[in-house]
Design a binder for this molecule. Structure first.
Ligand code: HDE
Length: 748
């Protein structure tokens, strides 16, 4: 039997209960010896006891903001207790009046356990319910204080802790990771001057321009209210109905129908602040900025057919990928780039920088790299951290300010407000993952779930009884940029340039490679085919007719319809012409990590060349790839030389879509060819344009699966290597996919 270890602080939530020794602060905490400040406490409070501690906390201490260690709970070598700390003798049986009798009402242990369980769930986020997160840091490349006084940019090499949550938008908490959707990219910086939340997306523009329209947009995109279908998908009538009646959506539609909306990994997505923000330096000078996160891993996406299959094979695909990368020490990394511009520059742009449906082309304002983001630690507890984290666009720090983007202005209200329902009250800032690393001192009091025990009689300001504390920070504190306004009428409406919806939609489309353009057309075809109401399809075609004739024609053909008259345009001025921006193509950022973390299936079966398999496996591991021996079923496979190989996963449990590339070694084909899973595996690898290496008789599996070894035009397939070298395979793997192989409809 484990003994009670009452002298040890087994629940760090309650360090004060275990005497002074257990109050030793965690590293990084500025714990000062107590001098008992002017707290107004009476002498009777200053009685030391195990429960209340000394009654004199160190001056200014507020343990609700201490490092997370203060609330990490580890059960090793501990017995069960109730929530009141009472040791639990029997956790298997309720208390009964005789073994076959009714359960006693008195069983407080049962009732506490069941009651807590009954209330385990909290409401999911109204959007972005499905997400995954990790801890890490942001490191500034330099001292950028001439641009901003924001603490993370104050010195070269300065590190600021962060917590980052990625998400889909429309799906519910348990929905698939790989739905076609925008991804959230929300970063909480725990800065020296309070928390700064940069709550962005993986797409730099948005569906609508004004917060007023957000509830309608979300209602239209979410499952239809009468039958709650479809889950995590925009491919239904209500979304497209709303879209066709909201032409400002044109640019965003190009992005969400592109491969951006089906990323290969959270690690291979860009992130964007979307809105224009301000940065302000210590002299009060302001510049506009746009935030860009660029992944070192490159920008890579799935193909649609693959995404659909992954939803079945592993709906946690992105969550698992992020988790495994961090666990294996492959810490994902992004560079933060800023587009910095002045008010005068902004006034010269052919679009309005307050319009979230517009981006600032990088050709117009190039990126200035300012630092890097590294995610290096998985959360300890999904609920406590990933679920309870509360991002809020209004969480900004000195040196950062808003623009008047009407979407951002509305968000600034929404994010704090929504937490009050979701997290059950106004004290969510005290939930450990949300609390800043700096002191919270103010006269806000009480409310549900209050943690801080504010001392003294003074809870107002100004005061003299508390020595005037806490006092206003004055110049050190946050000051809003004193933007000057001319006197204008109070109106509901939009600035003029907001009405121009098509120039940048066209810019995006024209900046894509032919393969990417084809994927956009196919995505429209797929989504609109799912739409039941012909009129709704028709209106989208009319919208596309304003973007690109060829695209409209291609989608119309796919729907068996004619291209209608273009939607009438609100904007009377000239639609700006933009030169194509190669930076908008996903393929323009192959990344710097090569084959690291890319998953490779080596198919094995009895008679396979074991030495070859060993060499391939070791070679791939050496390059940082993740090889897996995939076979008909788990267990040993006898290689040609008699050695036994361990199959790591079966074809059934680890289908093709789980891998970025495949190898069929010599001798494996015979033992695989009768398993239709193996045939499917090769065909899907091929159809999804993944690199394939076949060695010796391994090539037989290709012919069994009827895979063409040359491209439709007769030229060699750059990613199908017959008797090729591992180096060449790895080069193809680093290049991700060979879209040249693609046909519509697929031939394989
Ligand atoms: Fe959000 N959004 N949003 N959004 N959003 C929320 O806040 C909202 C918008 C974004 O990982 C909610 O805490 C309004 C743009 C992310 O926890 C809610 C409007 C962008 C996340 C909310 C927008 C985003 C949210 C739901 C239009 C990209 C997840 C739960 C005016 C720049 C953060 C919550 C996380 C979450 C409101 C538009 C990104 C309801 C009203 C534009 C990444 O407050």
């Amino acid at each position: 039997e484990k003994q009670l270890a009452a002298d040890m602080p087994f629940n760090p939530n309650k360090p004060g209960e275990y005497g002074d020794a257990s109050r030793t602060p965690a590293e990084g905490d500025h714990h000062q010896p107590s001098t008992h400040a002017a707290t107004g406490s009476t002498s009777s409070e200053i009685v030391s006891s195990d429960k209340v501690g000394s009654g004199t906390p160190p001056q200014g201490e507020n343990p609700t903001v201490a490092p997370l260690d203060r609330v990490r709970v580890d059960p090793a070598d501990r017995h069960l207790t109730t929530n009141q700390g009472v040791p639990v003798a029997d956790n298997q049986h309720s208390l009964k009046i005789g073994l076959r009798g009714p359960t006693a009402m008195e069983d407080f242990i049962l009732r506490e356990k069941i009651t807590h369980f009954d209330h385990e769930r909290i409401p999911e986020r109204v959007v972005h319910a499905r997400g995954s997160a990790a801890h890490g840091f942001f490191e500034a490349y330099d001292d950028f204080s001439s641009l901003t006084r924001a603490a993370p940019f104050a010195a070269k090499g300065k590190q600021t802790p962060v917590f980052v949550r990625f998400s889909t938008v429309a799906g519910e908490r348990g929905s698939t990771d790989v739905a076609r959707d925008v991804r959230g990219f929300a970063v909480k910086f725990y800065t020296d001057e309070g928390n700064w939340d940069l709550v962005g997306n993986n797409i730099p523009v948005f569906f609508i321009q004004d917060a007023m329209k957000f509830p309608d947009l979300v209602h239209a995109a979410k499952p239809e209210p009468h039958h709650a279908m479809p889950q995590a998908a925009t491919a239904h009538d209500t979304f497209w109905d709303f879209a066709g009646l909201s032409p400002e959506i044109a640019h965003m539609l190009m992005w969400v129908m592109s491969d951006r909306a089906i990323p290969r990994s959270y690690r291979t997505m860009q992130g964007f602040g979307v809105h224009t923000f301000r940065m302000i330096n210590a002299q009060g000078e302001s510049r506009f900025v746009k935030f860009h996160w660029t992944p070192l891993q490159g920008t890579h996406s799935l193909v649609w057919d693959e995404a659909v299959r992954i939803s079945g094979a592993d709906p946690d695909f992105h969550r698992r990928d992020l988790w495994e990368a961090i666990e294996s020490g492959n810490f994902p990394e992004w560079e933060l780039g800023l587009q910095i511009f002045t008010e005068e520059q902004a006034a010269s742009f052919p679009f309005d920088i307050l319009d979230a449906t517009k981006l600032v082309p990088e050709e117009l304002v190039p990126l200035t790299p300012v630092g890097r983001l590294v995610l290096n630690r998985n959360p300890d507890n999904f609920f406590a951290e990933t679920e309870q984290v509360a991002f809020c666009t209004a969480h900004i720090v000195p040196g950062i300010d808003f623009s008047n983007d009407p979407l951002l202005q509305g968000r600034n209200h929404s994010y704090l407000d929504t937490q009050i329902t979701r997290l059950g009250g106004p004290n969510f800032h005290e939930i450990p993952i949300n609390s800043p690393v700096v002191q919270i001192q103010n006269n806000q009091r009480d409310g549900f779930h209050r943690q801080a025990i504010a001392r003294g009689r003074v809870n107002y300001e100004p005061n003299s009884l508390g020595g005037g504390c806490p006092f206003q920070a004055g110049k050190r504190g946050f000051t809003s940029f004193p933007e000057r306004f001319t006197t204008e009428d109070k109106v509901r409406g939009n600035p003029e340039l907001f009405a121009e919806h098509y120039g940048q939609a066209r810019l995006f489309y024209n900046s894509q490679t032919p393969a990417e353009q084809a994927h956009i057309a196919n995505a429209f075809r797929f989504e609109l085919t799912r739409v039941q109401t012909p009129m709704v399809r028709q209106r989208i075609l009319a919208l596309l007719a304003n973007v690109d004739d060829a695209l409209a024609a291609k989608v119309a053909e796919g729907l068996g319809m004619d291209v209608p008259e273009p939607l009438p345009r609100d904007y009377q001025g000239e639609v700006p012409e933009y030169a194509p921006s190669p930076a908008l193509s996903l393929l323009s950022r192959p990344g710097e990590t090569g084959v690291r973390t890319r998953r490779v299936a080596i198919l094995v079966a009895p008679g396979v060349d074991g030495t070859q398999v060993g060499k391939l496996y070791a070679g791939l591991l050496k390059s940082g790839a993740v090889p897996r021996l995939v076979g008909n079923m788990l267990g040993k496979v006898k290689a040609a030389d008699g050695a036994a190989l361990d199959v790591e996963i079966s074809l059934e449990a680890g289908p093709s879509v789980m891998y970025d590339g495949m190898i069929v070694p010599d001798g494996a084909a015979d033992g695989l060819a009768r398993n239709a899973h193996a045939i499917d595996f090769v065909r899907e690898q091929y159809r999804h344009c993944k690199p394939i290496l076949v060695l010796g008789s391994g090539a037989d599996l290709l012919s069994k699966a009827m895979i063409p070894t040359a491209l439709p035009d007769g030229s060699p397939d750059p990613a199908l290597l017959v008797d090729g070298k591992l180096d060449a395979f790895e080069a193809a793997l680093a290049g991700h996919r060979a879209f040249v192989r693609e046909t519509d409809p697929p031939m394989v």
